[in-house]
Design a binder for this molecule. Structure first.
Ligand code: 1HN
Length: 351
């Protein structure tokens, strides 16, 4: 029952009188503050590569990598326009580098992942070691490490950047610094980190070079794919995920980055997945093959037809299902390590 008019008026007067003192009543906002289930402003969205690529190539003509510092088209969630965010906690963008270009060295507290989408032969340098980019490779830039990108390729190279920008902004913990040289000096041969840490062995005496972040900063696609294919042939297929593996920090067994989890999965040909929902909204990059993702939120429905190099986002607690007639490989990332550390991660698998 509503309160009588006189009471309501007295309340409104109370709110107006306290407002200049920066006071506001909890009881007017309590339900929104503590929702019965996640109430995200983030919505499902799909970026078809055939639509995005022409804009990327136009950006390549409009500005150099050097002038842009990073020539990136941000994938903005339609529910979060203007916030440079793909979910409430994560950033996503597609970066283009053209032959001969350099994206100059800098470092920042935000962690970044690169997932290579198109073209081979660009490189990124992390802490003095270069790594060549090839489609499907997952590459890490740990927090506060100098990094620059360059290209000796003969065509455009495009990758997905995943960063924890909104999360770091939330904590007001962002710092950045430019490098003294455009490209940092190379101090270790390519492949050194992978040899040290990426073959199920680690140096006998070592300290973690990047703190909580994995010491492997390039996870080559051929290895990920080999594992998925072998499991597809020889092991049970998960009814929700197909064959799904998470990338790992070999020193801890945990996620490769403290703020972002990364995954790669194979949907076998003919896969008709069951629905699931979880509190970590996830960004996906379609690596190979085609498929469909169906997403539900209350009485709303989305269905995205997926082609190679497409990107899409499944927001927190939205029900999603994956299907593929011909088989499909998907890379994805989310803020799961942070939710796990806070003991708030929740998942439901529907049957
Ligand atoms: C950044 O440093 C890169 O290093 C890409 O390639 C995207 C978005 C915001 C802030 C820093 C990069 C970025 C970024």
């Amino acid at each position: 029952m509503n309160a009588p008019d006189a009471t309501l008026h007295a309340r409104q007067q109370l709110y107006r009188d306290m407002d200049p003192h920066n006071l506001t009543p909890l009881w007017e906002v309590l339900h929104a503050l503590v929702p019965q289930r996640p109430a995200t402003p983030c919505v499902p969205a799909h970026w078809r590569y055939e639509q995005v690529r022409p804009f990327l190539m136009r950006a390549g003509q409009a500005i150099t990598a050097e002038e842009a510092v990073r020539r990136v088209l941000i994938l903005e969630n339609p529910g979060l326009r203007g916030q440079s965010a793909v979910t409430q906690s994560l950033y996503a963008g597609l970066q283009l580098i053209l032959p001969g270009e350099v994206a100059p060295a800098h470092r920042h507290t935000q962690s970044a992942l690169r997932f290579i989408v198109e073209g081979s032969g660009a490189y990124t340098s992390v802490d003095g070691e270069r790594t060549t980019m090839r489609p499907g490779d997952f590459i890490i830039t740990p927090s506060w490490t100098f990094h620059d990108h360059g290209s000796d390729a003969d065509g455009p190279v495009v990758w997905l950047d995943g960063l924890d920008i909104p999360m770091i902004r939330f904590f007001d913990a962002g710092f950045a610094e430019n490098g003294t040289a455009r490209s940092q000096e190379v101090t270790r041969a390519e492949g050194t980190s992978l040899a040290r840490f990426g073959h199920n062995m680690v140096p006998v005496r070592h300290e973690s070079p990047f703190g909580a972040t994995s010491p492997i900063f390039s996870y080559p696609y051929e290895r990920s794919l080999e594992a998925l294919h072998r499991l597809e042939r020889n092991a049970p297929i998960d009814p929700w995920d197909g064959v799904k593996l998470r990338y790992v920090n070999p020193l801890t067994g945990g996620y490769p980055m403290p703020t972002m989890a990364t995954f790669m999965q194979k949907l076998p040909a003919g896969f008709q997945g069951q629905g699931w929902r979880q509190t970590d909204g996830a960004v996906y990059s379609v690596v190979e093959g085609t498929g469909t993702v169906d997403i539900e939120w209350g009485d709303k429905r989305w269905s995205f037809e997926l082609a190679p190099r497409d990107h899409f986002v499944v927001p927190s607690w939205h029900t999603a299902r994956l299907r593929s007639r011909s088989g499909c490989v998907l890379f994805s990332y989310s803020d799961r390590p942070v939710q796990a550390a806070l003991s708030i991660h929740k998942e439901e698998r529907l049957s």
